[in-house]
Write a protein that binds this ligand. Sequence first.
Ligand SMILES: [Cu+2]
Length: 153
Amino acid sequence: MQSLRPRHTTSLNHDVRSIIAMEIHEHGTWLRKVLRRAAVPFVAAAVVAAACNSPLSPTSAATITITATGVSPNEVHIKAWNHVTFINNDTRPHNIVSDPVNEHSDCPSINEVGYIPAGSSRDTRTLSITRVCGFHDHLNLDDDTMRGRIVVE
Ligand SMILES: [Cu+2]
């Protein structure tokens, strides 16, 4: 059964393959084809489920990319109970938080993004209240290109 276990697998993948290996051992090769087919979508679904930290909104409703020239787009519209992903494609870190500039209190879900190292991405928490949520980069308060709005509808 060693051939069923490539070296670079997740522990989940490993567990799935161990179960398959046991089943094949018990029930013979006819089951191998069935379980191999079944395992592929199962593992794929598990990877997708693990990709987001918010169980209420597993897929991001919008993505905002940060580069040296600012946030793009600087306004997105989403339905309530979704979240937004920020990708930092700049070479320096950014700190995305809710307006107003010092309180960060309008839409606290945005503060979950916070500090994003260069090359990383972060999600807001679920935005559940319908309102306009302004955000800014607290590391670049004087740079208007680092401001934007999430309109929660
Ligand atoms: Cu601030």
